[in-house]
Design a protein around this ligand. Structure first.
Ligand code: AKB
Length: 334
C-alpha cells in the first residue's frame, strides 16, 4: 500500500524533472575538443533546444546547426550576460581556455582568457543570473616539486607553466566564491584527453591524439615528448561521462568548489606506440622532444582520484588497451 506521502513525493520528483527539462544550459567554448563532445552529449540527454552552444567562431556543422548556437567571446561580460538573459540560462559550462603549450607562447593572452572568462561567469552566478557552473581544471595545477606517481588530491601545488598558474588561481577563486557566496560550482582536474571525434589544440598531451591519425595515414609518428615521459590520460567518453556525473551528483559528500583529481590511465609515448603496434605492426615512432618536454616533465605521471571515487562514485571504463582499440576502429572508418 502507498504511504500517505507517496503522491506528494511523485509530484515533487515530476516537478524536479520538469524543472530540469526546462532549465537551459550554456556551453562556452563549445567548438573545442571537450566542448564539441560535451555539447553533443548534453543535447542527446536533455534535448537540442535546452543546450545553447557558443564559441568565439563557428565549429563543426552538426554542432552549429544541431541546436541554438551563438558567436560569443567569454571574456566579454556584456555579451555573455545578454546571451544568459536572452535564453534564461540556468547552468554554464565554461570550456573556453588556452591550453598549456599555446599559453607558453602567449602568456598574457592566456591569463586574460583563462581568468577573465572565469570571473565573468562567477560574478554572474554571484548576482544570481545563473545557478550552476562547471569549470575545468587540469593536472597542470601540479608542478615539478609535486610527487610524480599517484599524486594525491591535496599536494604541493607549484605549477611552472602559465596555464598551470591560471588553473591553480581558478581553483582558488572557485573555492572562494563557493565559500563566500554559496555558489554551486563544480570542477574536475582533467588529465590529457583522447578522442577520435575532435582534435585537441595547443596542449602538451596532444601527441596522444596526433599519433593515431599519423599511424593510420603515414604509418609513422615523430613524438615531441621523450619515449619514457608518462602522463595521466583519459578517453573522452569517460571524461564526458565524468563531467555530466559530477554535475548531476546529488551526493552529500560532493565538495562543491573543489576541483577533483580524476584518473583513468597513465602511459608514455613508447608504451602507447607499443599498444598501437599490436594492431599495426609496421607502425614506427621516433622522438624529437621540443619545448613541450619541459611542461610534461613538470606534471605528474599519474594521479590519485580516491576522493572522486568516494565523493561521487567516479570510476573509469577505458584503460589503454580498450582506448587504443576504440580509437583505431573509429578512425579507420572515418
Ligand atoms: C594540455 O596538455 O595542456 C591539456 C591539459 C593536460 O590540461 N590537455
Amino acid at each position: 500500500m502507498k504511504d500517505k506521502h507517496f503522491n506528494k513525493r511523485v509530484s515533487l520528483s515530476l516537478l524536479n524533472l520538469n524543472k530540469k527539462m526546462s532549465q537551459k544550459t550554456l556551453i562556452l567554448g563549445a567548438c573545442g575538443q571537450i566542448g564539441t563532445e560535451l555539447t553533443l552529449a548534453l543535447r542527446a540527454l536533455y534535448g537540442e533546444e535546452q543546450i545553447v552552444a557558443s564559441d568565439i567562431r563557428k565549429g563543426e556543422e552538426d554542432l552549429v546547426a544541431g541546436g541554438p548556437f551563438e558567436i560569443l567571446d567569454a571574456t566579454n561580460l556584456h555579451a555573455l550576460e545578454e546571451v544568459i538573459m536572452h535564453y534564461e540560462i540556468d547552468t554554464v559550462y565554461l570550456m573556453a581556455a588556452m591550453l598549456s603549450a599555446t599559453a607558453e607562447k602567449f602568456p598574457m593572452k592566456a591569463w586574460d582568457l583563462n581568468m577573465n572568462s572565469l570571473f565573468n561567469v562567477l560574478n554572474l552566478a554571484k548576482e544570481k543570473k545563473i545557478n550552476r557552473v562547471f569549470w575545468p581544471s587540469s593536472i597542470a595545477v601540479f608542478g615539478p616539486n609535486t610527487a610524480k606517481e599517484n599524486t594525491p588530491q591535496h599536494s604541493i601545488m607549484e605549477p611552472s607553466t602559465v596555464y598551470g598558474m591560471s588553473k591553480l588561481a581558478g581553483e582558488g577563486w572557485c573555492q572562494y566564491y563557493h565559500k563566500q557566496y554559496g555558489l554551486d560550482v563544480r570542477s574536475i582536474r582533467y588529465p590529457g584527453l583522447i578522442s577520435w571525434k575532435t582534435q585537441p589544440g595547443g596542449g602538451t598531451t596532444d601527441y596522444a591524439v596526433d599519433i593515431f591519425h599519423k599511424a593510420l595515414s603515414e604509418g609513422e609518428y615523430q613524438s615531441f615528448l621523450k619515449a619514457e615521459t608518462a602522463l595521466p590520460m583519459m578517453y573522452m567518453e569517460d571524461a564526458i561521462r565524468a563531467t555530466i556525473e559530477i554535475m548531476e551528483s546529488a551526493s552529500h559528500a560532493l565538495k562543491k568548489g573543489q576541483a577533483y583529481n580524476l584518473s583513468a590511465m597513465s602511459f608514455s609515448p613508447e608504451k602507447l606506440a607499443l599498444e598501437i603496434q599490436s594492431h599495426i605492426p609496421e607502425f614506427k615512432i621516433s622522438y624529437a622532444p621540443d619545448f613541450r618536454q619541459n611542461i610534461a616533465d613538470s606534471w605528474p605521471s599519474s594521479v590519485n582520484d580516491t576522493e572522486a571515487q568516494k565523493d561521487w562514485d567516479w570510476a573509469p571504463k577505458f584503460n589503454l588497451e580498450l582506448m587504443v582499440k576504440e580509437m583505431l576502429a573509429h578512425l579507420k572508418n572515418e
